[in-house]
Write a new protein. Structure first.
Length: 113
């Protein structure tokens, strides 16, 4: 992908993103890296996690049912809170959750307007 493509930062709030930010904060605090390097690492994380999930999820199918509790559309980002959710995987395995949050962002490939 193009070097000037921007990526959403939403995966920074995932458990792996939080762990990365904690580690970077510690390295900055201990003067082992500069804040500019930490920002470059986070930008690379945003790109890599987005591309990896996009590539690995192409052939995965999942359906779910639940009760829509809240939804919001702001700055081209949809956010849904769904309660009492049942996920059905391709292999017929069913997984349940009391509550989930889905964040859906627009994704444009390089060169698209």
């Amino acid at each position: 992908m193009s070097g000037n493509t921007s990526y959403y930062e939403l995966y920074r709030r995932s458990s792996i993103g939080v762990a990365l930010m904690d580690a970077l904060d510690e390295l900055i605090k201990d003067s082992k890296i500069q804040p500019q390097l930490a920002m470059k690492i986070l930008s690379t994380f945003d790109r890599c996690i987005t591309e990896t999930l996009a590539d690995s999820m192409k052939s995965t199918r999942l359906s779910f049912k639940g009760h829509l509790d809240t939804y919001r559309f702001c700055d081209d980002v949809w956010t849904f809170i769904i309660k009492d959710v049942n996920f059905k995987m391709e292999n017929s395995e069913v997984v349940t959750a009391d509550k989930i949050k889905i964040v859906a962002c627009s994704f444009k490939k390089p060169g698209e307007q």
